[in-house]
Design a protein around this ligand. Structure first.
Ligand SMILES: *Cc1c(COP(=O)(O)O)cnc(C)c1O
Length: 361
């Protein structure tokens, strides 16, 4: 179906359906959901149809729906920000829908019409605008998701899909300041293999990572640093965010080669650093290079990037029982500058040289 033909209906919640807003000082992450959601359906015959904003509600699904058995599920994550003068802003939302379409192609799922999805997203955020927190640093997190809904147990791509968008008010990631975290370098479990689905934002990647995460947390670390699956040697990602290093004043990050999620924050960080005249280098980095660099002082900073935290400085790494401090366990100047700059652009407080922000209202 041509995207032009996709009409978006709106069914507003009646006053009795409106929820009580949560305490803004205790939002956490992904615990509360707004009054409305967007939903649409896909069938092989009709394409995308039944697109509508409706009151937030359960859906009823056949227990044989293919997503429950074979896991065809992809998602995105982005935020709406409340800026100056009550502006409502989205950060690079088209990039999210384009990436969702890349994930869809890898998982044999249908692509979504990017222009229409942007329109639906803006309409949902505008309708639930009272849910965008006003507390400093707090945002409205948006979760576009697609799942296989056809009831059938034979293994093949589903012939029916549901796409929906949830909106969730979330608190500031660093309520007590920009804090470095401790990371466990994972040398047993792996996240993604060449030829696999590592570059798709698909639910199974998250399911497969939970065991390593919980084991690292039991040891006192907040996330794992993933190494490549073949040699357990090269840096891949940090938890569900991209890895960056400052080595001899160069900004270094592993190249996108199929096993790494192409982060939109990663891309934005590379562009800002280039604007500032930093040398940027997308290349393989071995864990040995990181350890040697920490010893001889050439490793200046390590941080990770993603929508939730924007920038997360890594102060300590544990590898095979050995602990190494990075920048004496403190956040470094490059991480700090990137964090300040990106946050200021996202909240509409600073010039947006790449026209990343999309205004909702
Ligand atoms: C979503 C995600 C990222 C970060 O992507 P952003 O677009 O910057 O939020 C990085 N790694 C993984 C595995 C992810 O799922």
């Amino acid at each position: 179906m041509l995207s032009m033909e996709l009409e978006i209906g709106v069914q507003k919640a009646v006053p009795e359906q409106l929820k009580k807003k949560p305490d803004q000082t205790a939002l956490g992450f992904g615990q509360y959901f707004t009054d409305h959601m967007f939903i649409m359906r896909w069938t092989r015959e009709q394409g995308w149809h039944d697109a509508k904003i409706q009151p937030y509600q359960n859906f009823s699904m056949d227990p044989a729906a293919m997503v429950f058995h074979y896991g065809q599920a992809i998602f995105e994550g982005l935020k709406a920000y409340r800026g100056k003068d009550d502006d409502i802003l989205l950060f690079r939302p088209e990039s999210n829908f384009k990436r969702m379409n890349q994930s869809a192609t890898r998982m044999c799922m249908p692509r979504v019409p990017v222009d229409r999805m942007l329109k639906a997203l803006k309409a949902l955020v505008y309708l639930d605008r009272d849910w965008i927190p006003t507390a400093e640093g707090a945002t409205l997190y948006l979760r576009p998701t697609m799942i296989a809904s056809e009831p059938a147990l034979g293994l093949r791509p589903s012939d029916e899909y549901l796409f929906f968008v949830l909106a969730s008010p979330v608190g500031a990631y660093y309520p007590e300041g920009f804090n470095p975290v401790k990371i466990y370098v994972e040398d047993t479990y792996v996240r993604a293999v060449p030829g696999g689905v590592g570059e798709a934002k698909t639910a199974g990647n998250y399911a497969a990572s939970v065991k390593a995460l919980t084991e690292s947390q039991r040891k006192g670390y907040s996330q794992v640093l993933w190494l490549d699956a073949l040699e357990h040697k090269y840096i891949e990602e940090v938890g569900t965010s991209n890895a960056f290093f400052v080595i001899n004043n160069e900004l270094v990050t592993p190249p996108l080669g199929g096993t790494i999620l192409p982060g939109i924050t990663r891309d934005s960080v590379l562009r800002l650093a280039k604007d500032w005249g930093m040398t940027i280098n997308e290349r393989m980095i071995s864990i040995d290079e990181v350890l040697t660099g920490a010893e001889d002082g050439s490793l200046q900073e390590v941080f990770s990037t993603g929508t939730a935290a924007v920038i997360s400085p890594l102060g300590e790494l544990c590898y095979k029982g050995k602990t190494i401090l990075v920048n004496e366990g403190k956040a470094g100047p490059v991480a700090q500058r990137l964090y300040d700059e990106l946050q200021a652009i996202q909240f509409g407080e600073r010039k947006d040289p790449h026209n990343w922000m999309v205004r909702v209202a």
